[in-house]
Write a protein that binds this ligand. Sequence first.
Ligand SMILES: CC(C)(COP(=O)(O)OP(=O)(O)OC[C@H]1O[C@@H](n2cnc3c(N)ncnc32)[C@H](O)[C@@H]1OP(=O)(O)O)[C@@H](O)C(=O)NCCC(=O)NCCS
Length: 193
Amino acid sequence: MICESATVHPTAVIGPNVDIGEGAYIGPLCVLGAFAEHPTQYTKPKGRVVIGDGAVLTKLVTVDSPTDAITIVGRDSYLMAHSHVGHDAVLGEGAILACGAKVGGWSSLGNFCNIGLNAVLHQKSVLADGVMVAASAFFKGNAFKMFSIYAGVPAKYIKDNSVLIERLKHEGVLDDALVFTGKRRTRSPQAGD
Ligand SMILES: CC(C)(COP(=O)(O)OP(=O)(O)OC[C@H]1O[C@@H](n2cnc3c(N)ncnc32)[C@H](O)[C@@H]1OP(=O)(O)O)[C@@H](O)C(=O)NCCC(=O)NCCS
């Protein structure tokens, strides 16, 4: 189902198994719900692709069908050109994928994760809320520490994501004890930012 308030560019290719939320924007040449990039699953689409409310996929973004149940781009996420969300991956709220960022299949990202230019997440990677992966990094495994930054090949922890912590606090999304307040951090163009 595509919500009426969503905007889908006429050149975007949207599979029948794709749900697009309120106020989402799907830009030119995005491909959503194509077969999973998987040697034995590429002709067997199952499950659904969900693009959350207010998510923005600027252009040339691919989000693949799952091999099982679901691939999710969380609400208010911002996915830039040539970024890719692999099959069965789940991106939390407010994810940012910079140009060329690749999220391997079955990966799981918490809320407000940020994947830098051309960074790569190995399949089944797990990132806690607020984790950033630096530009050109190769990340494999788990980053359970919230608001941490990983960089390099292979990616290693370099420091805390204090800029994001301060920003989310300022916006009232995070309180002083680093607990999410439930306030939405909207980035939908329809919402005026
Ligand atoms: C990770 C990042 C946020 C760090 O920026 P910063 O807070 O200004 O930190 P610094 O540049 O001072 O770097 C801190 C350390 O990490 C290293 N580092 C920073 N970015 C790195 C990267 N991408 N790969 C490897 N090492 C990196 C620096 O060399 C430095 O090392 P040192 O302490 O040994 O000197 C930034 O470099 C980055 O990759 N941003 C993503 C940019 C992006 O994709 N933007 C999208 C635009 S559309």
